[in-house]
Design a protein around this ligand. Structure first.
Ligand code: CAA
Length: 391
């Protein structure tokens, strides 16, 4: 950023769904060796939404603690990033704006580019704050990841939201320039408008992700970005947590660094604790990794960490951020631990029946059962409209 003003993430809050399916239960149903999930993919469980949870209820639940702590004043913009949108026209953030009771003189917009969208939102937010440092921008990443039943992708499903308040003089993280960018027109993962689940070329998607790591890092360095040795941690988009280790190996190779397995583990392992139990949360995933890093490491005051954001299709960005001194006093570790631990464990049959249902499309009045443990719920669908309320 070409300014002396520090701009970045002032506060960060996560939420997930009320239900969880352990991978041991998925393996019991489909006969897979559970080690494939636990070790091969690095996944232990996936969050599953109840009938009355979706990206809106998760997004509002993630953002509520930010509004409670800092108040609604000067929140001029809400950017909600998602690739599991509930409407082709209306921004999901407008429902969130209403549930949070934000002022009418707010701009609200939804952004999409697969799992990369929230990082674009973060950059847009930084630009707005740069223009007027009094402004505070709420950036929310919220996604429910669902693949075809019985497909290889099913084991990588998940759901979560990450809400960030972007301000001047932030308490947690200062974004620093430049950004390394990489875009390539590839069909690794996509979802046409008529499909509820994505189409995916699994192996190609892994290769496309790794190409993007190389391209974004090369661009970052060509613009005068910091050398590898200046970084104290690396947060990657984690469709499954082993992918972060593959990505970091790729980065080290591209940077010409010695491939040291111990260093690889030290750099990446502190970032995987939420993603391995929540599953792929698409746009939110790299910010779950960031949250885990800040919570698991107490030696990052003034240090630089790297964020790699990847959205299939594909757009990627590598950016550096400086952790603000005293950051640990502003974290929400206990609330995040509860959000994950309080989920109700379900069996495969319950998961399957939830996956096989879909919201009625007949325009009638359909009340939904009250199942969520969260603060907001989708109470009904009426006249083709979603009705949300405080739970
Ligand atoms: N014990 C230990 N490890 C085992 C094992 C066992 N019994 N059985 C298999 N494994 C290992 C395999 O060796 C493999 O390891 P490597 O990746 O190091 O080769 C790993 O477990 C996965 O095994 P397979 O490749 O056989 O698994 P699969 O055929 O079921 O496919 C997948 C894996 C392609 C990732 C599939 O889950 C998928 O399509 N996922 C959705 C797409 C995806 O997540 N792509 C990631 C990049 S794209 C992206 O990041 C955007 C996004 O969010 C979607």
């Amino acid at each position: 950023m070409s300014t002396d003003l520090a701009i970045g993430v002032h506060d960060l809050s996560l939420r997930t769904t009320s239900l969880v399916l352990p991978h041991a239960e998925l393996a019991r149903y489909n006969g897979s060796d559970v080690a494939k999930y636990h070790k091969g993919l690095g996944q232990r469980a996936m969050s599953v939404p109840t009938e009355d949870e979706d990206i809106v209820t998760m997004a509002a639940a993630a953002a509520l603690p930010l509004i409670e702590r800092h108040g609604p004043d000067d929140v001029t913009t809400v950017v909600l990033a998602t690739e599991s949108s509930v409407d082709q026209s209306k921004a999901a953030g407008v429902y969130v704006h209403s549930l949070l009771g934000l002022a009418s003189n707010t701009r609200v917009v939804e952004v999409k580019q697969a799992c990369y969208g929230a990082t674009a939102g973060l950059q847009f937010a930084a630009g707005l704050v740069h223009r007027d440092p009094r402004q505070r921008v709420l950036v929310i990443a919220s996604d429910v990841s669902q693949y075809d039943l019985d497909s290889p992708g099913e084991a990588t499903q998940g759901a979560a939201a990450a809400a960030m308040l972007v301000t001047a003089d932030p308490a947690l993280l200062e974004l620093t320039g430049p950004s390394g960018l990489f875009t390539a027109d590839v069909m690794d993962f996509w979802r046409p408008n008529y499909r509820a689940t994505p189409l995916v070329n699994g192996k190609e998607s892994v290769a496309a992700y790794l190409d993007a790591v190389e391209g974004a890092w090369r661009d970052y360095r060509s613009q005068g970005g910091l050398p590898l040795t200046d970084f104290r941690g690396f947060c990657y988009h984690q469709p499954y947590t082993r992918m972060a280790f593959k990505a970091h190996r790729q980065l080290l190779e591209t940077a010409g660094a010695h491939l040291d397995e111990e260093a690889l583990h030290r750099d990446v392992a502190p970032t995987t604790s939420y993603n391995e139990t929540v599953g792929n949360s698409y746009t939110a995933s790299v910010y779950l990794a960031l949250t885990a890093l800040l919570e698991n490491r107490d030696d990052l005051d003034g240090r630089t960490v790297g964020l790699f954001s990847y959205g299939s299709g594909s757009v990627a960005e590598f950016l550096a951020a400086r952790v603000r001194p005293g950051y640990r006093a502003h974290l929400r570790q206990e609330a995040h631990r509860r959000a994950v631990e309080d989920r109700q464990v379900i069996d495969y049959a319950t998961y399957r029946s939830l996956r096989e249902r879909s919201l009625p499309t007949d325009g009638g009045w359909h009340e939904l059962p009250h199942r969520t443990q969260g603060p907001f719920r989708l109470t009904a669908v009426r006249d083709h409209q979603r009705i949300y309320e405080a739970a």
